[in-house]
Every structure is written in structure tokens, then in C-alpha cells.
Write a protein that binds this ligand. Structure first.
Ligand code: HEM
Length: 514
């Protein structure tokens, strides 16, 4: 009544409002207590309670999510290890390590540490590929089925694809940046061109056809951008997979999501074309034809969806990673003119002695000691992957770095952290110094290079990428003189699982006819 009566309304509403306020306050207190209890349980009710780390990380996955959103997981891990030491708690159930012993324990084959659910969301979710498969048994089958295709013998057959793409790359650089007086001094975004090269070369190796990025001189139909956005999304949601359903995992998303990507479309189109003639599946001797060979030989272990997902995975895992490594090596050479000159001395010497063909053969490049040291050093300082590659502690738990961790704890080592560990790489671990690879401790440093990962999940495309890098670098440096447009500026990078750089602007001059 009091609520309706206008005369007594003011007075009558007071007790109702107070009751309402009381109930609200009551719930607020209850909720706060529940939250505090939940955070306390996460922080203290675990054997990880003694592991140092940011407070925020010990009570929620918010720390990881915020670093992933800010695209700085690689820097954040370095900072955390500087602050807290070799073992850092980066989530209520996750620990990051920086020591050689921990990395060996976690990533050695046979120790039983398995990939976490972080990987499972990455596409294609309907039928995981070698990279995204988190069931170890199924992963083992897929990896074995693909291993022939990725063997060193196959890789040497793929050299012709790299030669073809390299020729196109050099022609485009000549046409756009170095030919004729009118082009003198024109800036080249070498970072983008290396990415076009890396994508087109994977297109050739996988499908005997280029994606056309070099020819167009641009990201045709946003194919590269699509892949970057995909990584941007999964690099965050991978830490909180249960929230995927509210975003791209929501059935409604299918109505608004972008159409199929250029790259996926090309892979599917190639598969359809090859199915129309059985010969076409095999005769090109490219990566996809080798996957088809495995499917024919073992139909009970590999089906057509596997051929698709493993091919798709090769593009996702093998293009940006190679571009990032090439950018890092060339950037470091340009930033360090004394190392650049030393690299050129070796190239000129080998060229003078007739030890380098045009294009440079893989077998020739791997005999160049300084080149090998430059590649290792460039990839050490800027590993393509910027997260602590997460693994579950196996059943029964495990002792890592002298402390016990229960099963299912997430553990990992970030290559960005271990590659700068001064106990392994010396006091100048942050510096680009290829000479370190000729010193006595090079074997122990070598054992602690994780730019290709390690163990049962070591990069399966390692041979392919090393072949591409070894062939391109000496040929490129022999043909062109490159210098940074802004030598005093640091290269920008962001981490979305990979750590792609931007802003590698250079001037390019022709220095030889090769
Ligand atoms: C310089 C170039 C490359 C770098 C630095 C690189 C780096 C890596 C790293 C660090 C991993 C392990 C990731 C993890 O455990 O979280 C990995 C796995 C993988 N890489 Fe590469 N990669 C490169 C090129 C390639 C190429 C060219 C291909 C294929 C054509 C490829 C295919 C794969 C696949 C399928 C996996 C998953 C392996 C497994 O889990 O068994 N990668 N790569």
C-alpha cells in the first residue's frame, strides 16, 4: 500500500529500500568471500604454492591472458625470470622454467610430457593435424605417416621448388627496387617480401604451385592477414579454451565469420583436382603427393581428411616461422656491420673458389662455417615461437629442477628465455655474436637451442626450413647489398604464438650479376 500511496510514498519506501540494500550487501559479501576463498584455494591449496611469480598469476589465468592480449608473452617471460629466478608460476597450475636441466626433462622423448589443451583449439578442429593433435597416440600415428614426406631425402627433391621461388623473388626485387636510376633510394619492406617468399615457397613445396604473393607484391586476397588473425585469436583463447564457445566456437559465429581463406581454398581445390586423376596425386613429387602416397599405402591409418589437415598445418606452421627466422638473421647482420662484412668475406671466398653455384645448392651452403654460425645466432636471438611450449606433467608426477610437480601440472620453457640464459650462452647472451659457435662450449650451447622445439614434437619441417634458409641467404647476400633505412630503430615484434616482426625497411642495391 505504502508504495502506491503518493502521500506516504517517501516515508513508506524507505524500509523497502533498506531491505533491498541489505539483501544486496549480503550477496556482495557472500560473493566476495566465495571469490576470496576460490583465489585462496587456487593460490595455496597446491604444491605450487612455494613457486614464486606474480600474485595475479597464482590466483587466475588472467596474467597469461593479459600478456597474450598485449602480444608480449616473449618479453613478459624474460622479465618474470629476471625478477623471480629460474622457476616462475605463470598460472595457478602452470610453471615456466629457464634452466637447461628443466628443458631436457620436459622435452626429451620418452619422458611422457604431453602437449596441453592449449594446442587443441588451433585449426582445423574437426580433424587435428600433427601440430594440433594433443592425443599422443594419434599424434604418433600422424607423425609417422608424414615422416617420409619430411625426410631429408624428400627435402632434397624439393630444392628445385626453392630455386624457382628464389628466382621469382630476385626478379621482383630487381624490377621494383633496384632497376634503373628512377628507383635509386626506394625503400623496400624486406620483412613483407620475405614473408611473400616464405609463403610462395611452401605453396610450391606442398602443391607445386605458388600462392602468387611475390608476383602480386602484396598479400593477395588477405591470405596472410587471415592466418595472422587466426593466430591472434587462438594465442589468447588457447589459455582459456572453455571460453571459445562464447566467441569463434559459438554456432552463431558461422553466420558472420569470414569466408574460407585463400590458402585453405587452394589446398582444398588442389585435393579435388588431384582426385580426378590418380596419377595427379603422385606425379608432381611434392609434399601433398607424398601424403597421398602414405594414405594409399596405409588407408587404415591415414584418410583424406588427414591429407587435408596435415597439408593445411604445413602452411600454418611453416610459412611465418621461416619468414621470422630469415628476418631475424638479415636484421642482425645489418645491425652489426662487422659481422655482415665477415659474412661477405666468406661468401666472396667461396664464390671465388667456384664453390657456389647459381642458385646456391643446399649441399654447398652447409659447408660454409660462418654462414652456419650466423643462422644459429639469428635464430637463437629471435626464436619463431614466443610462448613456453606447454606440456602436462605425466601420470605419477615428475621431479623438475629438484622439485616435485604433480601430474597434470602445466610446465614449459620459452625459447626466448633459455636462449638468453647467461649460464649457457655466456655473459653476452643478449648480443649477436656468431663467433660464439666456434668456441669450446659450442656443444653444450647447441644442446640448448630450442628454436625448433625438441623431443617427440620437434619441428617436423626443420629440414625444409633449413634448406630454404641456407639456400636463400648466400644467394641473396651475394646478389644484393642491403642496409637499414632506420639503423637506430629497433625492429618491432608482437607475440601471437609466433613472434613476427614489422618494419624491416631497407635500401637494396645490386652488387653482382649472379
Ligand atoms: C625456420 C622455420 C621453422 C621454425 C623456427 C619452426 C619451429 C617450430 C617449433 C618451435 C615447433 C614446436 C612447437 C611446440 O612444440 O609448441 C614446431 C613444430 C612443428 N612445425 Fe615447425 N618450424 C619451422 C618451419 C616449419 C616448416 C617449414 C614446417 C612444414 C612444412 C613446419 C611444421 C611443423 C609442424 C607440423 C610442427 C608440429 C610437430 C609436432 O608436434 O610433432 N615447421 N616448429
Amino acid at each position: 500500500m505504502g508504495l502506491i500511496s503518493s502521500a506516504s510514498g517517501v516515508l513508506a519506501s524507505q524500509p523497502v529500500a533498506s531491505t533491498f540494500d541489505f539483501v544486496r550487501a549480503h550477496w556482495a559479501v557472500l560473493l566476495s568471500v566465495a571469490l576470496i576463498l576460490r583465489f585462496a584455494v587456487k593460490r595455496y591449496w597446491t604444491p605450487l604454492r612455494h613457486v614464486p611469480g606474480p600474485f595475479y598469476a597464482s590466483i587466475s589465468r588472467g596474467w597469461k591472458v593479459s600478456q597474450a592480449l598485449r602480444r608480449r608473452m616473449h618479453y613478459a617471460c624474460i622479465e618474470m625470470h629476471k625478477k623471480y629466478g629460474p622457476v616462475v608460476r605463470i598460472a595457478p597450475d602452470e610453471v615456466s622454467f629457464s634452466s637447461a636441466a628443466a628443458a631436457k626433462e620436459i622435452y626429451s622423448t620418452g619422458k611422457g610430457f604431453h602437449k596441453t589443451d592449449y594446442y587443441a583449439l588451433f585449426p582445423p578442429p574437426e580433424n587435428p593435424d600433427i601440430f594440433t593433435e594433443t592425443d599422443e597416440e594419434k599424434h604418433g600415428v600422424k607423425r609417422r605417416m608424414a615422416s617420409n614426406a619430411y625426410s631429408m631425402k624428400s627435402v632434397l627433391d624439393f630444392e628445385r621448388f626453392v630455386d624457382k621461388t628464389e628466382k621469382c623473388f630476385f626478379r621482383r626485387l630487381d624490377e621494383l627496387f633496384v632497376r634503373g636510376e628512377e628507383r635509386a633510394g626506394e625503400e623496400c619492406d624486406l620483412g613483407s617480401w620475405l614473408q611473400y617468399f616464405a609463403f610462395d615457397v611452401i605453396g610450391e613445396i606442398l602443391l607445386s604451385r605458388s600462392f602468387g604473393f611475390l608476383e602480386a607484391g602484396s598479400d593477395v586476397m588477405g591470405g596472410i592477414d587471415f592466418i595472422e588473425k587466426t593466430f591472434d585469436y587462438y594465442a589468447v583463447l588457447g589459455h582459456i579454451p572453455e571460453y571459445h564457445i562464447f566467441f569463434w566456437g559459438n554456432p552463431l559465429w558461422n553466420f558472420v565469420k569470414p569466408k574460407i581463406s585463400l590458402v585453405t581454398g587452394i589446398v582444398l581445390g588442389e585435393m579435388r583436382a588431384r582426385k580426378t586423376s590418380s596419377d595427379k596425386q603422385f606425379d608432381r613429387k611434392d609434399l601433398m603427393s607424398r601424403f597421398f602416397e602414405s594414405k594409399e599405402a596405409h588407408p587404415e591409418k591415414m584418410n583424406e581428411m588427414d591429407v587435408f589437415s596435415i597439408s593445411h598445418g604445413a602452411i600454418f606452421a611453416g610459412s611465418d616461422s621461416t619468414a621470422i627466422s630469415l628476418r631475424s638473421i638479415l636484421y642482425q647482420l645489418m645491425k652489426n656491420p662487422d659481422k655482415y662484412s665477415k659474412m661477405m668475406e666468406e661468401i666472396e671466398e667461396y664464390d671465388r673458389k667456384g664453390l657456389l653455384s647459381t642458385p646456391v645448392a643446399y649441399s654447398q651452403a652447409i659447408k660454409m662455417p660462418y654462414l652456419q654460425a650466423v643462422i644459429k645466432e639469428g635464430m637463437r636471438l629471435h626464436p619463431a615461437v614466443g610462448i613456453p611450449m606447454p606440456r602436462y606433467v605425466p601420470p605419477g608426477g615428475a621431479v623438475i629442477d629438484g622439485r616435485y610437480y604433480p601430474e597434470k601440472t602445466r610446465v614449459g620453457v620459452n625459447a626466448w628465455v633459455i636462449h638468453r640464459n647467461q649460464e649457457i650462452f655466456g655473459a653476452d647472451a643478449d648480443a649477436f655474436r656468431p663467433e660464439r659457435w666456434f668456441e669450446d662450449n659450442n656443444k653444450s650451447m647447441e644442446r640448448n637451442l630450442y628454436y625448433f622445439g625438441a623431443g617427440s614434437h620437434v619441428c617436423i619441417g626443420k629440414n625444409i626450413s633449413l634448406m630454404e634458409i641456407n639456400k636463400l641467404l648466400p644467394g641473396f647476400l651475394r646478389r644484393y647489398r642491403v642496409r637499414l633505412v632506420n639503423p637506430d630503430e629497433e625492429l618491432k615484434h608482437r607475440c601471437n604464438f609466433f613472434v613476427p616482426q614489422s618494419g624491416l625497411k631497407v635500401y637494396v642495391e645490386r652488387r653482382s650479376n649472379n
